[in-house]
Write a protein that binds this ligand. Sequence first.
Ligand code: PLP
Length: 396
Amino acid sequence: MENKFIYLDNAATTKTAPEVVEAMLPYYTEYFGNPSSVYGFASKNKEEIAKQREVIASALGAKANEIYFTAGGSESDNWALKAAAEAYGPNGGHIITSKIEHHAILHTCEYLEKRGYKVTYLDVDENGRVDPADMEASIREDTFLISIMFANNEIGTIQPISEIGQIAKKHNILFHTDAVQAFAQIPIHVDECGIDMLSASGHKLNGPKGIGFLYIRKGVKIRSFVHGGSQERKRRAGTENVPGIIGLGTAVARAVSTMEERTAKECELRDYLISRISREIPYCRLNGDSVKRLPNNVNFSFQFVEGESLLIMLDMKGICASSGSACTSGSLDPSHVLLAIGLPHEIAHGSLRMTLGEDTTHEELDYVVDVLKEIVQNLRNMSPLYEDFMKKEENV
Ligand SMILES: *Cc1c(COP(=O)(O)O)cnc(C)c1O
């Protein structure tokens, strides 16, 4: 048997690009100085960090001193929400978010609820979109923060972010967006979208793991999350992750310069995969918005099939994908996102997410569809529910 390896889980993480690794290496081996030190040997690092901060800021239409390096998307999300609560709701108050956020947002909201904050979790429509009018209607006297993700990591749906941003601005409410999936896949301009805070992460854009940033608009009163030294303009202590920052900046520059071409190619491959699966595998359903969708996201539910079994069998064929419950491995609860778009439990359980990467090819997808067809049919042949269903079909 051939040794295939087809990686279709780029929403979970991506391969660090070779030129990113190459840019990082000297900062381990040669320029290892602490950027806070005064001697010239270390000051090169300080300058390099400043350069990367510029690169990232310009990718968002922001200023360099509005970018704060963190240890990734989860930390950025935690920081944005907890620090906003502290600064803008010292005596409690109300936060608006959605039911389909990443757990870094949802679990932070639950944490804040336990501390007396009130949270509205907005419903989404069957395609996973938040309705801006709905959101506006849920604003209360004491609402101090709106946090809505730019694009969803499971079903790829892109939210009407600039409409949400305009509404937040009109009501003078702070607006945070988790853009971990969207940044460098969709052009983002923080002013045009009315974004006050934005989270992003290196390892979702062919950069290193354990590094990300939080954009904080100038004038937003956010205090430090990690106390200690005066790094990151006293807002995030700790010796800078110099190689990580170099890697992140290099990855952002690279992802931004290739964005147009890369996402056009991904969209084409995505639509090819979607159309082949829809046409060739019966009793399936595409999850997420068919148009307002991340260029690399494909998410299907297959009736009469268990997502976990599907993943194991795909793995045996050398294909890495994800089911609807990627972040809750060990638990059998279907994904909160798939439930929020109205899927019944049994359909949500049969879900498969495939997220393409910059190296994904047509050939790979052809192989994936062929394998998937066979696996889905084999699993269905073992399903008593499918058997009952087919008997009924034959009798009509
Ligand atoms: C991956 C992801 C995160 C978490 O980012 P880490 O860098 O892994 O902490 C947060 N939000 C979304 C939407 C994600 O996809």
